[in-house]
Ligand binder design. Structure first.
Ligand code: FEO
Length: 169
């Protein structure tokens, strides 16, 4: 059974993951507006992943006898200063999410809730992958200066991404 403190903290993380989905969707709309369909598709797929993260925690709260409680989702920004700026913000955002997951892990450890620490391990691994893939993309963007023929090619590469639900475990 989930204790009250962990239930509250996990619910906060559901909200943070849903905010992430909102943020990526807003970025997707921005990319559509500056004619980068590949980047628009990539961020839209990322929004789906974030919803998956939110639902994974939502289900876990319920499975552990807690109650998932939904609260308002903050509005995301709507404007950025080009694609390099967006990916810089994505990296900062994912680093922030990693710190939230670490904080949750600290609390679950303090509370000696080993089911929750085992559950959170999946998110720790996921954050390593997310930060690595965004860093790689940011490096490529900085290399091409975020414009010209290179950007056109990179946008085509970004368009290849599809949503594959991460393996359940
Ligand atoms: Fe759900 Fe991008 O972390």
């Amino acid at each position: 059974m989930l204790n009250h403190r962990l239930e509250k903290e996990l619910n906060k993380q559901v909200n943070a993951e849903l905010y992430s989905a909102y943020l990526y969707l807003s970025m997707s709309a921005y990319f559509e507006s500056i004619n980068l369909p590949g980047a628009a598709s990539w961020t839209r797929v990322q929004a789906e992943e974030e919803q998956f993260h939110a639902m994974k925690i939502f289900d876990f709260i319920n499975e552990r006898g807690g109650r998932a409680k939904l609260v308002a989702i903050e509005s995301p920004p709507v404007e950025w200063d080009g694609i390099v700026n967006v990916f810089e913000e994505i990296l900062k955002h994912e680093q922030h999410v990693t710190s939230l997951i670490y904080n949750l892990m600290d609390i679950a450890t303090e509370e000696k809730d080993y089911a929750t620490t085992a559950f959170l391990q999946w998110f720790i691994t996921e954050q390593v992958e997310e930060e690595a893939s965004v860093t790689e993309m940011l490096n490529k963007l900085q290399l091409i200066g975020g414009k010209g023929h290179g950007l056109l090619m990179l946008d085509k590469e970004l368009a290849q991404r599809t949503f594959v639900p991460p393996a359940a475990n």
